[in-house]
Design a protein around this ligand. Structure first.
Ligand SMILES: Cc1cc2nc3c(=O)[nH]c(=O)nc-3n(C[C@H](O)[C@H](O)[C@H](O)COP(=O)(O)O)c2cc1C
Length: 178
């Protein structure tokens, strides 16, 4: 049941040394390839990285907030082609989150490391740094990196009382459920 999965999902930053089975990686990628896109344009491209040295270099793509990528056994670099669709950000985001839920459904953990709009260092964007590292073609921008692995930290699911039901209206903004 999807709702049970959603109830338990939390982002994971610490991963076990254990490698992720190739079949599970394939299933996660397939889920992304089945994700909805505006106008069915599929403006994304995914680079699945398992090479330890590359993972370490990817974790340096921005000064903060991506260090955990180096300790993950797998990272999927989610790229989009802005010239292929004005909705590439949405499409990449949906594919990324689809992979996160697919990973969690397979007993894995994941975390998003954001890249779009970030810089590696002065004058070099995170996309430029990653493009050089992975040999991306010029038309691609990097939305994010999804780190995936067996969790080595326990993240407590949100309790229902913590959820922001105050942000939900019915029929008209601000109107509560009857
Ligand atoms: C659009 C987006 C960008 C994010 N960027 C980062 C990031 O750069 N680094 C990071 O450690 N976590 C990042 N996260 C993970 C969030 O920090 C995490 O989802 C948030 O703290 C809520 O925790 P939860 O996923 O366990 O509910 C990102 C998540 C989203 C959806």
């Amino acid at each position: 049941m999807f709702n049970e999965l959603a109830e338990k999902r939390r982002s994971v930053r610490v991963y076990a040394e254990r490698p992720v089975e190739a079949g599970k990686i394939d299933a996660i990628v397939e889920a992304a390839l089945r994700s909805p896109t505006g106008g069915a344009r599929r403006p994304w491209a995914f680079v699945v990285v398992t090479d330890k040295a590359l993972l370490k270099e990817l974790s340096a793509a921005k000064p903060q907030g991506a260090a955990f990528v180096k300790d993950a056994p797998v990272a999927v670099v989610v790229c989009g082609d802005p010239s292929a669709s004005g909705l590439w950000v949405e499409d990449c985001s949906i594919a990324a989150v689809t992979m996160q839920y697919a990973a969690h459904a397979l007993g894995l953990g994941s975390r998003w490391a954001h890249m779009r709009g970030n810089t590696f260092s002065e004058g070099t964007t995170s996309t430029q740094y990653i493009a050089k590292l992975l040999g991306l073609p010029e038309n691609l921008a990097v939305e994010c990196i999804i780190a995936i692995g067996y969790p080595a930290e326990e993240m407590v699911p949100y309790r229902k009382e913590e959820l922001r039901f105050d942000k939900v209206s019915y029929n008209r903004y601000g109107q509560k459920k009857a």
